[in-house]
Write a protein that binds this ligand. Structure first.
Ligand SMILES: [Zn+2]
Length: 159
């Protein structure tokens, strides 16, 4: 049985986009100038407490997915461990460096991710209780299609 996940903004809609991080990169030695959108996705199994999630990094101007990162939360240690998932494309290592740096320096981001994980689980539990379907994707879908491609493009346009 594979893991079921779903992008946070697709689950909670437009308002949740305000809580999605964007890194504005200008004049970096490695990364092209762009707005890098960190689109989160979480495990949507209501009975699972894996504390894992994914960050799909989109370059908004170029409309490409740079990398998909996988992470695990360790709230008791106030830590988050991140790794690559799928093929590592050009610029992926630099993006991972930047996200790690942001996590070290910006405690609000860690808190935000923790709360988004919690919100996703609550929503999954609520829908299960009411007998409603919970939308889901496989982690591979993020890597291969970037949240089916369409969602990514919608996200880029809406912002
Ligand atoms: Zn899980």
């Amino acid at each position: 049985m594979g893991m079921k996940i779903f992008p946070y903004v697709n689950l909670f809609g437009r308002e949740s986009m305000a809580e999605t991080r964007v890194l504005s990169i200008r004049g970096d030695e490695v990364l092209p100038d762009d707005e890098y959108v960190l689109l989160e996705a979480y495990c949507v199994d209501p009975r699972c407490d894996c504390k894992t999630g994914w960050i799909t990094v989109l370059a908004r101007r170029r409309e490409v997915c740079v990398v998909v990162l996988h992470f695990r939360l360790f709230p008791e240690d106030n830590q988050m461990r991140i790794e690559f998932t799928g093929p590592v494309k050009a610029h992926a290592e630099r993006v991972l460096e930047m996200v790690s740096e942001m996590l070290r320096e910006d405690k609000h981001y860690f808190a935000l991710v923790k709360s988004h994980y919690k919100n996703t689980k609550q929503e999954a539990k609520r829908r299960t209780k009411k007998g409603e379907a919970m939308p889901s994707l496989k982690p591979e879908d993020l890597v291969l299609h970037g949240v089916d491609g369409r969602a990514h493009r919608d996200f880029i346009r809406l912002n």
